[in-house]
Design a protein around this ligand. Structure first.
Ligand code: HEM
Length: 360
């Protein structure tokens, strides 16, 4: 009998415990079902569910901030992942392939063709090709470009190439100095670019003889072939326009990087491109503008470097007599006749006319 009483008492306490436990669990069960209905438990985070809130943040939307820099209100800027992937991926890989590829190509070309010499041999007589101002403009542009290129390459590839070689201290010192050089020499480059444009644009208007020059491959592949050209041949005109337009583009994107979050060039450019059939986004955040600026600056610079390596080759080791044009400003007449025959005729005619003119 006593035993039956004890069992009943135990059963009762188990039942009470079970009821209490259920009462405790029920709000949790209710909460769980509320979450599955897309509502926030206890309305703690407002009316939005976590998913909506998370999506809002992941899409780079800005919340509110007491900070002066309103960009701090953006918690997650997902496009940053794409930017980093593009910079460290295709931009770096294809950029390196371009610059190293052209060096290999030129080495192959040099071993096959050798130095392009003056076919008729040097005449010993010279003709003035570039005045002091031309050479100043060229070397201002060229000198600053070379330093900008080297310091820029360090920003992109330095930590894979120089850092393991030099160690962190030396690499840091070089990179900081390089960054200052890059920021300030940009203005020397822009000045050289603008001056070269003003001085040489009239000689770089495309004309029909440029097509003949191109058809003959500029004569650089065959000894003894010299298609006619005026002051600048078609190859040089291409270099000129690539340097001017590329240089302008790299300057604008560089200024936008120097003074960040002030420009909206990409949204505006995309708007213009959409008028001719493109379908590009025209509402970009300031951060996206900045990322595109950085990528574009890198891409255009790497294309310019690739082309300039070829220019430096043909202006120095690749061709006998070419460098004199930018050193002393005077070139051998036979060199000039072979590479710029029509220009020599123009200069000679002008000199003759000036001599024939009676002194006043
Ligand atoms: C650093 C080594 C460089 C050397 C040895 C060099 C050499 C030369 C030479 C010899 C000429 C005159 C060609 C002629 O008489 O017909 C020339 C012209 C020119 N250079 Fe350079 N240059 C160098 C760098 C640069 C750089 C970095 C740029 C631009 C970023 C540049 C842009 C030009 C332009 C636009 C012309 C006129 C068009 C042409 O001849 O292609 N040069 N250069």
């Amino acid at each position: 009998m006593n035993m039956l009483k004890t069992i009943r008492a135990h059963l009762a306490s188990v039942l009470v415990l079970f009821a209490l436990t259920l009462a405790g669990i029920m709000p949790a069960v209710h909460t769980a079902s509320a979450q599955t209905n897309g509502e926030v438990p206890g309305q703690a985070l407002g009316l939005n569910s976590d998913a909506d809130l998370w999506r809002f943040i992941r899409n780079g939307n800005a919340g509110d901030t007491q900070m002066k820099d309103q960009l701090a209100a953006v918690m997650i800027q997902s496009e940053g992942d794409n930017w980093r992937a593009a910079r460290n991926g295709p931009v770096s890989v294809y950029g390196a392939a371009g610059v190293l590829g052209i060096i290999v190509l030129l080495a192959v070309f040099y071993s096959w063709r050798g130095r392009i010499t003056i076919d008729a041999g040097p005449s010993g007589k010279t003709i003035e090709r570039f005045g002091t101002i031309d050479r100043f403009a060229h070397w201002l542009m060229a000198g600053s470009f070379v330093i900008l290129a080297l310091t820029g390459l360090n920003l992109l590839y330095g930590r894979y190439t120089l850092l393991p070689l030099l160690g962190p201290e030396a690499f840091t010192a070089i990179t900081i100095a390089g960054k200052y050089a890059h920021n300030y020499l940009a203005f020397a480059f822009m000045a050289g670019l603008a001056l070269s444009f003003v001085l040489w644009v009239r000689h770089n208007i495309p004309s029909k003889i440029d097509l003949d020059w191109l058809k003959a491959g500029g004569g650089i592949f065959t000894k003894g072939v010299h298609p006619p050209a005026r002051k600048f041949n078609a190859g040089q005109k291409i270099i000129f326009w690539v340097v001017m337009l590329g240089g302008l583009s790299v300057s604008l994107s560089g200024i936008a990087l120097l003074f960040p979050f002030q420009t909206a060039m990409f949204a505006k450019t995309f708007g213009l491109l959409n008028m001719i059939g493109f379908d590009l986004p025209t509402t970009l955040t300031m951060l996206q503008e900045q990322q595109l600026n950085q990528l574009w600056h890198g891409i255009v610079s790497l294309v310019l470097m690739t082309i300039i390596v070829a220019h430096i080759y043909i202006g120095s080791v690749g061709m006998e007599g070419a460098l004199d044009a930018m050193n002393s400003g005077k070139v051998d007449r036979n060199w000039a006749k072979e590479h710029h025959g029509l220009w020599v005729k123009e200069v000679d005619a002008a000199t003759k006319a000036a001599k024939a003119k009676p002194a006043e």
